[in-house]
Design a binder for this molecule. Structure first.
Ligand SMILES: [Zn+2]
Ligand SMILES: [Zn+2]
Length: 133
């Protein structure tokens, strides 16, 4: 539920009082904005990281690694999404967890070519809304 609406000048096109921002307070401050003149738009995204991703971040910040994620009291919006791998050329989808994990590790090396012969595309990770969510 929007808790605060604000109208600002758009930083992108310079239109006066055209950028409408909405601040939603729950569960964290989340902001989205849209310029009704040039179409510039932005939003705060929520994601659910995996344990491995959290530990990668912990390493970056010199924190001790953890064995499991702390249980959450509520679901972030990102939990309604599942990650799939998809080729950016032929559109082939790799939806099972093992494939997604492999594609992610390939992406860390910046090299995730599509396995389809003759396809010159590369694989990327997308977030899809879970069915029934
Ligand atoms: Zn604008
Ligand atoms: Zn492909």
């Amino acid at each position: 539920m929007p808790t605060k609406l604000e109208v600002k000048d758009c930083p992108m096109c310079g239109a006066r009082k055209s950028l409408q921002t909405t601040v939603t307070k729950k569960p964290v401050d989340s902001v989205n904005g849209i310029c009704f003149d040039c179409g510039y738009s932005y939003e705060t995204n929520e994601y659910q990281l995996t344990l491995d991703e959290v530990n990668d971040e912990r390493m970056v910040y010199g924190l001790p690694l953890i064995d499991s994620l702390r249980p959450q009291l509520r679901k972030p919006h990102g939990a309604d999404y599942k990650e799939i791998g998809m080729c950016n050329k032929c559109g082939r989808v790799y939806a099972d967890e093992d494939s997604v994990a492999i594609i992610k590790s390939m992406l860390k090396e910046d090299y995730a070519p599509c396995p389809i012969v003759r396809c010159v595309g590369s694989l990327e990770i997308r977030r899809e809304k879970k069915l029934g969510a």
